[in-house]
Design a protein around this ligand. Structure first.
Ligand code: PRP
Length: 215
């Protein structure tokens, strides 16, 4: 039997995903070692291989078939726009994509002014401002600590993830508009879905039942 390969976005999502896999009997003891720098882990009994990738790279591995399955946030799925099947909302990693800034920036949004928007998610930001709000803006791509941008004058607002809201609060910013809710999803390569239908289908079913029972 060939290995089924599962790509996990490094960090909190990966830990929570492994808790779910463990509950359906596909655990991986080796992955629990927090000091390990290993990237690939194998469950020989079930012929499943897990690997840890950067979140935004997970859809890439899955589209090309280097991973049969991926666990990643819906923000990344939408941003990357890859060809893959999204099969399950895993219910964890819940947060929101929002337009944020200082309270004083509210007027820029109401009056459709041509402002600068800093974000790690240029495609989501473009779609929101151009297609939903019909507001022409300049999108500035950043790679992290997005909240800095309006504080130091790089942009008027940001499009970013808000989970608890504490990063915003501690930096004197607030939610100005909500773009969409987000959560962790399971995605599957389109060919794998056909070729490994039985194994992947049964894994999806077990996860679905587990999630329902935990609701
Ligand atoms: C994310 C996001 C916000 C923060 C939101 O950043 O970009 O900055 O978390 O969480 P909160 O509402 O609970 O404060 P992350 O920690 O992933 O780091 P980054 O700045 O490198 O993107």
């Amino acid at each position: 039997m060939r290995y089924l390969t599962i790509a996990l976005g490094k960090g909190r999502l990966a830990n929570q995903a492994m808790e779910l896999f463990e509950k359906i009997g596909i655990g991986c003891q080796e992955m629990k070692d927090k000091d390990s720098r290993k990237l690939i882990f194998v469950n020989e009994e079930h012929k499943v291989r897990f690997f840890l990738a950067k979140g935004p790279d997970v859809p890439t591995y899955v589209e090309y078939g280097a991973a049969d399955i991926g666990i990643v946030g819906s923000d990344t799925i939408v941003e990357e726009g890859r060809n893959l099947f999204e099969v399950l909302d895993l219910g964890f990693g819940k947060c929101r994509m929002c337009v944020c800034g200082p309270a004083s920036a509210r007027g820029f949004l109401e009056h459709s002014q041509q402002i600068r928007v800093a974000t790690k998610y240029p495609n989501i930001a473009k779609d929101y401002f151009y297609n939903r709000k019909h507001q022409t803006v300049e999108i500035i791509k950043l790679n992290g600590s997005i909240e800095l941008a309006p504080i130091v004058g790089l942009s008027e607002v940001i499009v970013d993830i808000v989970e608890t809201g504490s990063t915003l609060r501690e930096n004197g910013l607030e939610i100005l508009e909500e773009v969409c809710p987000l959560s962790a999803r399971m995605v599957v390569n389109q060919v794998s879905m056909r070729m490994e239908n039985e194994r992947i289908g049964s894994m999806i079913e077990k996860l679905r039942k587990l999630l329902q029972s935990e609701e």
